[in-house]
Design a binder for this molecule. Sequence first.
Ligand SMILES: [Zn+2]
Ligand SMILES: [Zn+2]
Length: 373
Amino acid sequence: MMLRSGSKAKYDVGTSVMDGSTIQYNFEARKGEECHPTGIDIETSRDSSEGGGIVKKMMAQPTDIDIETLGGSSEGGSVKKVGPKVALNKMKQDSNSKHPTDIDIETLGGSSEGGPVKKTPIGSAPVIALEGDSTEEQPYQKVVVAAHFAVVLLNVIVASQAIFAGTDSMGMVEVVGTRVLPIIATIYASIVVGDFGTGVFHWSVDNYGSLQTPVVGSICHAFQGHHVSPWTITFRKFANNVFKIAYGCAIPLLILTFLPNVDPYARLFLGLFINWWLVSQELHKFSHLKRTPPFIKKCMDMGLILSKKEHGLHHTAPFDTNYCILTGQNNKWLDETHFFRRLERIVYEATGNEANTWNEEGGDKVRARAMEM
Ligand SMILES: [Zn+2]
Ligand SMILES: [Zn+2]
């Protein structure tokens, strides 16, 4: 469903949630409009017509509204298909109210018949899609993340000790040539391959799985919901943002830690490679910040970390490109070679599962490309 507010901006309804007598709408600015994808929440309540800067109206008294669905009118018009989640939310709305809930939006600053419109700047509030989730950082989340870094550090120290063992009798040049340079090369390789890993991981949780999926269900849900309300991630502090990834890193990291006789360079590479999965989620957050701190901006400009521009290319339906979120350096070749279309074809042939991107707006071209592979 698309809402037009005044003459300045248009919004797609990303989600609408019906809870008892309250309907919450979350909006996204349309591609190409001036406003960036952000959100406002408007509540409609049976109980009250007053208060708090929130639109509260009698459900039985539709008010004036400018709803423009792709099919024309707001009553029974077709709704733009932007993916399975939106369709689900539309169904929820339909099952609870015969008429589309009427909302009067006057470019976020206007008034409506039933009460004052809450002047909520777009994107100023997080949208929590998962029950029990919160953008509040909890002490246990800090403990989980601290434990992750402790185990990574342990592997780096163990690897370094093994690498530098027996170098006491060497000269400086020999140590640099035979130890330091290989260490730098290993760290660099872990970043390049790590970026590739974040792309494969992001592609997999974007396109397959749901909340019901064992182990990674909450991660699938979070990544897929991120397309609907991308600004929510910016409300999360570090540990709150990355602790779910720490759970995903835990098993491979512990296996690496307790595995005997691992080559020290392999231990260094794998420990960092797994660590970059977690770090990438924070760099991903940086790419969504409205105001980027100067140091982070500098790192983006130098290509050291994922840039806003690079990741912005992912955030357009059908969400089929630019999956890498550590540095983004692998995105170009992966997209040019249709790497993910090939994987989607393999998954489809093997399991019959369609990638979510095939069913997004504009996804028919993605599906056709995959079928050519
Ligand atoms: Zn995504
Ligand atoms: Zn994003």
